[in-house]
Design a protein around this ligand. Structure first.
Ligand SMILES: Nc1ncnc2c1ncn2[C@@H]1O[C@H](COP(=O)(O)OP(=O)(O)OP(=O)(O)O)[C@@H](O)[C@H]1O
Ligand SMILES: Nc1nc2c(ncn2[C@@H]2O[C@H](COP(=O)(O)O)[C@@H](O)[C@H]2O)c(=O)[nH]1
Length: 185
């Protein structure tokens, strides 16, 4: 019998639908534990500290990094993001399925430090649809959208580094496929 993959990393360009897919999946399977990242980004309307992110200052982020409290961290489109190490290790030790929703740079770091992790790439159906989703979300000003789209080009080119690619045409389908990859259903 193959060993159950316990740590799954979900990456993909900004706006492809990672959070949407994960929220859909966790509605029916709340046992899938999603790591809450620390970020220096300002909260969007409706985002709650400790739920969507731990919103921290630059100084606080410096300390988290200096104290080795992050499993990985990266600068993305002008803000820093990182995965708190302790909570992830606790869940893995308890044998629970753990999901990280992080960017390409973070996925590469996890591959180095935890090679047993499975890396899943979420791809858009097309470039035009990605631009439509990111713009249509309405959470970023045009100059930030440009930075995120520049990063998206790099991320799309890195798709072959991932173990599996899922194309986000249907949120329901991708959520189901991700659950199967995590061996939850
Ligand atoms: N399959 C889909 N079809 C159509 N729209 C979608 C689909 N999946 C997500 N969306 C929409 O695309 C937008 C971006 O989705 P979401 O915020 O989940 O992306 P993300 O990958 O988490 O982005 P980021 O990396 O910037 O946090 C949202 O408005 C969401 O409703
Ligand atoms: N390397 C990391 N990337 C992270 C982490 N948490 C989120 N992210 C990624 O950042 C971008 C932008 O997110 P947004 O919420 O500002 O739209 C996106 O690709 C996220 O997946 C993390 O802890 N580490």
């Amino acid at each position: 019998m193959s060993e159950r993959p316990r740590l799954t990393v979900l990456s993909g360009p900004s706006g492809v639908g990672k959070s949407t897919v994960v929220a859909h999946m966790r509605k029916e399977h709340p046992e899938v534990w999603l790591s809450v990242s620390a970020t220096t980004r300002k909260p969007r309307p409706g985002e709650q500290h400790g739920v969507h992110y731990f919103f921290v200052t630059d100084d606080e982020m410096d300390k988290l990094i200096a104290n080795g409290e992050l499993l990985e961290w990266a600068e993305f489109a002008g803000n820093r993001y990182g995965t708190p190490r302790g909570a992830v290790l606790e869940r893995l030790e308890a044998g629970e399925p753990v999901l990280l929703e992080i960017d390409l740079q973070g996925a590469r770091q996890v591959r180095e430090s935890m090679p047993e992790a499975q890396l899943v790439f979420l791809a858009p159906p097309s470039w035009e649809e990605l631009v439509r989703r990111l713009t249509g979300r309405g959470t970023e000003p045009p100059e930030v959208i440009e930075r995120r789209l520049a990063a998206a080009k790099v991320e799309l080119a890195a798709e072959p580094e991932f173990d599996t690619t899922l194309v986000n045409t249907s949120v329901e389908d991708v959520a189901r496929e991700l659950l199967a990859l995590m061996d939850v259903v």
